[in-house]
Design a binder for this molecule. Structure first.
Ligand code: 2RA
Length: 350
């Protein structure tokens, strides 16, 4: 029989993208059951061409489900993923609740698909979108050259902070459009008003060096996620990682600049060859033609796009890259769907 899938958090920003992805990809599922908080229950959403009623999260909604994709806040996952797992459901969780749990694999199918098979808690974690936006390309380079150090800066889209992030940027853009704002200190801040949504500063006409919550010694939670998750996915527990996470006025698609140092000497030609052949990666690197990826061109696509590949001028072991990936697709919903497909193949013996 075809496995039954539950989507928990079906009405959220990532949930909506996931329903589209499930409708586009090979239809390997029996039932697709949509679940959300009691507040959103009763709504009807379309998946695989069929209008489907959203059910309220409760233990019984996991009856007869084989795999559940969770995209809900950390505390909701922490409470409900174990409830589903106790009923024999394999949970693919997109929150941060289990990503660093040693008994929960953190999986990117192109990089460490085999890790998904060992899941003592019945839970598989999906990485954070910032890590996911670069890790497929880095995994391919690591397999050839052996990664030893990573220094990255992110340029994160507002949809990473959910629908509220998108709404606040759109309304701020209307407030500044057609004005001469952006020329004196605080003029943008005054024009957009006090409601900054999920951000600590105006997003319109601005760049904000902050994503996530404050952690020890001035690091943000997002920066620590990039470090911890890259180490776990690549199986390099001592990898040196320094990340600075920055929010930019882009709706969807995270970008990163990457300084990656390897154990073996690198060449641009070698890196191009690896990246051009890597599943899930598109090499877009012809600066003489003005070709490099940008979020405006990448949004809505599945792959990780890589451009601006250079060998570091002062270090023959290091590469500089610019990477873009749709944070709602590969950065969240698509990777989760790919993990669910891996598990489905395992459960049905394919
Ligand atoms: C963000 N990475 O972009 C987060 C979302 N998971 O805010």
């Amino acid at each position: 029989r075809k496995p039954n899938l539950a989507v928990v958090g079906a009405t959220g920003a990532v949930g909506g993208v996931l329903l589209g992805i499930l409708s586009e990809r090979a239809d390997i599922w029996g039932e697709v059951r949509l679940i959300a908080s009691p507040r959103s229950a009763g709504r009807k959403l379309t998946v695989r061409g069929a209008e489907t009623e959203v059910l309220a999260l409760a233990e019984e909604v996991f009856d007869d489900i084989d795999i559940a994709l969770f995209d809900v806040p950390d505390e909701v996952s922490a409470r409900w993923a174990p409830v589903a797992a106790a009923k024999g459901v394999v949970v693919v969780d997109n929150s941060a609740a289990f990503r660093t749990d040693p008994d929960v694999p953190l999986v990117v199918p192109e990089v460490n698909a085999r890790a998904a098979r060992a899941r003592p808690r019945g839970i598989i974690a999906n990485p954070n979108c910032t890590t996911l936006s670069m890790i497929v390309a880095l995994g391919a380079l690591h397999a050839e050259y052996g990664l030893s150090e990573l220094i990255v800066s992110s340029y994160q889209a507002v949809s990473g902070a959910g629908k509220a992030g998108v709404d606040v940027l759109r309304s701020q853009l209307s407030a500044v459009s057609g004005t001469e704002l952006g020329t004196t200190p605080g003029d943008v801040r005054r024009a957009v008003g006090d409601d900054l949504g999920p951000f600590p500063a105006p997003m319109a006409l601005n760049v904000v060096p902050w994503a996530g919550s404050l952690q020890e010694d001035g690091w943000s939670s997002e920066e620590l996620k990039v470090r911890n998750e890259s180490r776990k996915i690549l199986g390099l527990p001592d990898l040196r990682v320094a990340a600075t996470c920055v929010r930019v006025p882009v709706i969807t698609t995270h970008s990163l600049t990457v300084h990656a140092r390897f154990e073996r000497e690198v060449t641009v030609a070698g890196a191009h060859e690896i990246l051009a052949a890597a599943p899930g990666v598109v090499l877009c690197d012809a600066p003489e033609e003005g070709e490099y990826p940008t979020p405006a061109d990448v949004v809505g696509t599945d792959p990780t796009w890589v451009g601006r590949v250079r060998r570091s001028l002062d270090d023959p072991l290091a590469l500089e890259l610019f990477v873009c990936g749709d944070n709602l697709r590969k950065g969240a919903a698509l990777n989760a769907a790919q993990i669910a497909e891996l598990v489905a193949a395992e459960l049905t013996g394919h």
